[in-house]
Design a protein around this ligand. Structure first.
Ligand SMILES: NC(=O)c1ccc[n+]([C@@H]2O[C@H](COP(=O)([O-])OP(=O)(O)OC[C@H]3O[C@@H](n4cnc5c(N)ncnc54)[C@H](OP(=O)(O)O)[C@@H]3O)[C@@H](O)[C@H]2O)c1
Length: 408
């Protein structure tokens, strides 16, 4: 696959050149980009707030392979309109993990009034201070932050949302809005016991990516794709508020869904192709190569390196057929023959996985594991086991040979 790799790299370079050109054309204009980036704070500090509300319509119905779906876009919410919309609100961001960090800093940089609530003197308290949240001013213990907030953004771990609910629930009083980034707590209420009060709007903005990506895309002047949903609409404005918050925390496009569909697809996807499935496939392929006498570097290159560095970016840029077309006729023929075999072998596993999500088994496991007081050390132990696998140890050396290598 050496020639394949070279051709793929050439194709990739040309694709990424074209992608940058397209991105430059379709992304927001330079002036607008600046308003959704770190520059926002400076702009807010130096310029008086513009109360003028612009009505650029940013709701689209798009055709996704024959199905019409509603998509909201940031263009509907210029910064002045966003700031005006939330001028009387305090966004109380509860929890400061990956999403708390990304969403909180983005909303703050967008000039919204944000405070953070976390356990005093925990790891998140320390990290929040590092990011400039000030105890007593913008950083508070959880209960105090909820009391001060009008929009309660529950970004605790899903297990912690359940554990803390008995103390959190009475503080979500009439007139406040309850926000989640996952349908987990509300949908699996039999297990989590999270039942929102009847007199508040309950909304969801779920960025489709890590909180770190939420932050980096925002800093680049781009926005992450997010799912957006309403569970309870008391004011009649719940969807509008959800979309505005989605923009506030750094979304570019928002896809309308329901709490249930969001959580089912999310739990399923991360256990499947996004994380669990990919680790399982990588490992199985690598082990068979090793058992047949291939060296660690050869097994790693043919399993992970070529996938992540050459072929997967082509799928991301223009789809699977495009990637197939960028490969040799030999590679293409074999892949065409073997794809249905893999599909058939994997379909029952995916069905089993979806059922396990739907019947709550996955939720109960997650609540048990992540609800332990030792959840951080228990996780670190299991991740260390992965890091110690030969495939990933070999990967470290392979990565060190990349031209742009930076010591890990
Ligand atoms: N990460 C993602 O890629 C992603 C993407 C989309 C949506 N989401 C959703 O966003 C939400 C937040 O996820 P996340 O990944 O940002 O955070 P996370 O790592 O799951 O949770 C971290 C936060 O929960 C707190 N916490 C844990 N146990 C606690 C307890 N018993 N009492 C009080 N606080 C506790 C931690 O505080 P300490 O530091 O004090 O332990 C920390 O602030 C979840 O609903 C998640 O499903 C996540």
């Amino acid at each position: 696959m050496a020639s394949l790799a070279t051709r793929s790299q050439q194709a990739l370079r040309s694709v990424s050149r074209r992608a940058s050109q397209i991105a430059a054309r379709v992304s927001t204009s330079p002036a607008q980009t600046a308003t959704y980036s770190l520059l926002a704070r400076t702009a807010v500090a130096s310029a008086p707030r513009q109360p003028t509300v612009q009505n650029v319509r940013g709701i689209k119905t798009l055709d996704f392979a024959g199905t019409k779906e509603v998509v909201y876009e940031r263009a509907d919410w210029p910064l002045a309109k966003l700031q005006d919309y939330f001028k009387n609100d305090t966004l109380a961001l509860i929890g400061y993990g990956s999403q708390g960090h990304g969403q909180g800093l983005n909303a703050r940089d967008n000039g919204l009034n944000v405070i953070v609530g976390v356990r005093k003197d925990g790891e998140s308290w320390r990290q929040a201070q590092e990011d400039g949240w000030v105890p007593g001013e913008t950083l508070f213990p959880i209960e105090e932050a909820i009391n001060r907030g009008t929009i309660i953004m529950n970004l605790l771990s899903d297990a912690a949302q359940s554990q803390t609910w008995p103390t959190v629930a009475p503080l979500i009083t009439k007139g406040k809005t309850l926000y989640f980034s996952h349908g987990f707590s509300v949908v699996y209420k039999e297990d989590t016991k999270v039942i929102p009060p009847k007199d508040v709007d309950v909304i969801l903005v779920a960025p489709k990516g890590s909180g770190r990506t939420v932050r980096t895309l925002f800093k680049e002047g781009r926005g992450i794709n997010s799912s957006v949903a309403v569970f309870q609409d008391v004011t009649g404005k719940a969807m509008e508020k959800a979309v505005a918050l989605g923009v506030g925390v750094g979304s570019g496009y928002m896809y309308e869904t329901t709490f249930q569909k969001e959580v089912y697809s999310d739990l399923y996807g991360e256990r499947g192709v996004l994380m669990g499935g990919i680790q399982g496939m990588f490992l199985a392929q690598y082990k068979v190569l090793r058992a047949n006498g291939h060296s660690p570097s050869e097994a790693f290159n043919e399993t992970v390196e070529e996938a992540t560095q050459s072929l997967f970016p082509l799928i991301g840029a223009k789809g699977m057929d495009y990637m197939y077309n960028a490969c040799s006729t030999t590679a293409r023929r074999g892949a065409l023959d073997w794809a249905p075999i893999f599909e058939k072998a994997n379909a029952p596993i995916f069905e089993q996985l979806y059922e396990s999500v739907k019947n709550g088994t996955e939720t109960r496991k997650s609540l048990e594991f992540n609800g332990r007081s030792t959840y951080r050390t228990d996780l670190a132990k299991e991740l260390k086991e992965i890091d110690d696998q030969e495939i990933w140890r070999a990967g470290k050396t392979v990565r060190s040979l990349r031209p742009d290598y930076k010591p890990e």
